[in-house]
Design a protein around this ligand. Structure first.
Ligand code: GLY
Ligand code: MN
Ligand code: MN
Length: 435
């Protein structure tokens, strides 16, 4: 678990960046209704979670930087025996201070009257503008009200600055404890993929495999970090396939993209394996290409390398492989220059990973691909998808979709593959499925 001290350190760091004379406001995610009065399971906003570890709705963090450190305030729901009987325990304002290390806490019902006071003497407001336009309007209303009341205009805030640049830059670099949480999340996802490989048989439903994944997540104090993709046969070519209801056919491949979330941190793993436990000849040929692309791309995950080298390497190896197999019928230069590979290699090779599965952080700086640095975590996930409608490709390949995805941490030395515990060579997969 991430400790209270680390959350305090993060808040202090952010206050140092913002500087005295500013105020930082971060709001909890709102509760989302599924239908009528049934709510979706609550998931805290990742920025909010990063700064507090506090996972209740109806809350607001207010940070007041000072030259000597500053003050961290939490507005949250009060204890309420009646509501707690329905919805479960609340930390309350006392818990916010004792368990979450805030300097002060107030009931969220008082935010309208207290926040304008807290803005006094602060010129800049750091806030996640645009996420909730209604709240932005409320904030601007408070600013105007306050400016109307004070005669010393310089004491009233006159600027709202997007918070994400500084906060998301912090989130991009994972601490040791964050990497530990991500490793735990990876272990659980590996166990889920292993179970799926072990139980899979022709005639089963994608839904049964989906249920096996959730069983492993839930019984390990995790939840799914996104809705798992369980796509048999040509369903693997539907990139965001989540209906997971078809029958798994003998002779088809099954693509599973599933990750766990532990203590807020996501893993994100894809494996593709034969439903009957044995790769066919054409399946082997295409799998070999994707695996080679992935291994070469992972070799590029090194401090000092630009992020786009990882993608370019995967694309080059995959394109060479598709030409060798006769799937692409041009020269390598032409396939790359004219981007013919995009017919079957349709997505980027990875993304940052952290509290969000597609985590925050810039990919480019001043128009150039960002250079990898220790502490960054990214996925490496090349994929080749040949739609059933691709009549220019031999029938052997049509309706085949293969992706292999691992989570990789950049270190001072070689890449640290957080998800190396789940097999990915064809021999290993066949051996596991036969066991
Ligand atoms: N599971 C989402 C992704 O791989 O990007
Ligand atoms: Mn991914
Ligand atoms: Mn994925």
């Amino acid at each position: 678990m991430i400790k209270q001290k680390e959350y305090e350190k993060r808040r202090k760091h952010l206050m140092d960046i913002a500087g005295s004379g500013s105020v930082i406001i971060v709001r909890a995610a709102s509760q989302k209704i599924r239908n009528r009065d049934a709510a979706y399971p609550y998931r805290q906003d990742s920025d909010f979670l990063y700064l507090s570890g506090f996972s209740e709705p109806e809350a607001m963090i207010v940070l007041l930087p000072e030259a000597d450190g500053g003050e961290a305030i939490l507005f949250c729901r009060e204890r309420d025996a009646h509501r707690e009987m329905w919805d479960g325990l609340r930390a309350g304002t006392e818990g916010a201070v004792e368990q979450y290390g805030f300097d002060e806490a107030f009931p969220i019902s008082e935010v309208g009257e207290r926040l304008p006071e807290l803005l006094h003497g602060r010129q800049k407001i750091y806030h996640d503008l645009g996420k909730d336009p209604e709240f932005d309007q409320v904030l601007i209303g408070w600013m105007n009200e306050f400016r109307a009341k004070t005669r010393k205009k310089f004491l009233a805030p006159d600027e709202i600055i997007a918070l994400d640049h500084s906060l998301h830059e912090m989130r991009l670099f994972k601490s040791r404890t964050e990497i530990t949480a991500m490793r735990k999340s990876a272990r659980v996802a590996e166990a889920a993929h292993k179970r799926a490989m072990q139980v899979c048989k022709p005639g089963m439903s994608e839904a049964e495999i989906h249920a096996e994944l959730l069983h492993v997540f839930t019984s390990n104090q995790c939840e799914a970090s996104y809705v798992p993709i369980v796509g048999g046969g040509a369903n693997a070519c539907v990139l965001h396939y989540i209906s997971n209801r078809d029958t798994l056919n003998d002779g088809d491949l099954l693509l599973i993209d599933a990750g766990a979330e532990y203590d807020g941190y996501a893993s994100d793993i894809t494996r593709t394996f034969p439903v009957n436990g044995k790769f066919s000849g054409p399946q082997k040929d295409l799998y070999e290409v994707v695996l080679a692309a992935q291994l070469k791309a992972i070799d590029e995950v090194r401090a000092g390398n630009p992020w786009d080298h990882v993608h370019e390497t995967a694309v080059r190896v995959a394109t060479e492989g598709m030409i060798d197999l006769g799937i692409l019928k041009t020269s390598l230069e032409e396939a790359l220059e004219e981007e013919h590979f995009k017919d079957y290699y349709v997505h980027n090779t990875g993304h940052w990973l952290g509290l969000d599965v597609h985590d925050v952080g810039e990919y480019e700086i001043d128009g150039h691909s960002r250079v990898l640095e220790p502490g960054m975590v990214l996925t490496v996930e090349p994929g080749i998808y040949i739609p059933e409608t691709a009549t220019s490709v031999d029938k052997l390949w049509r309706g085949m979709g293969i992706r292999i995805e691992d989570d990789v941490a950049v270190t001072r030395a070689e890449a640290d593959i957080l998800t190396s515990g789940i097999c990915k060579t064809m021999d290993e997969i066949e051996a596991l499925m036969a066991s």
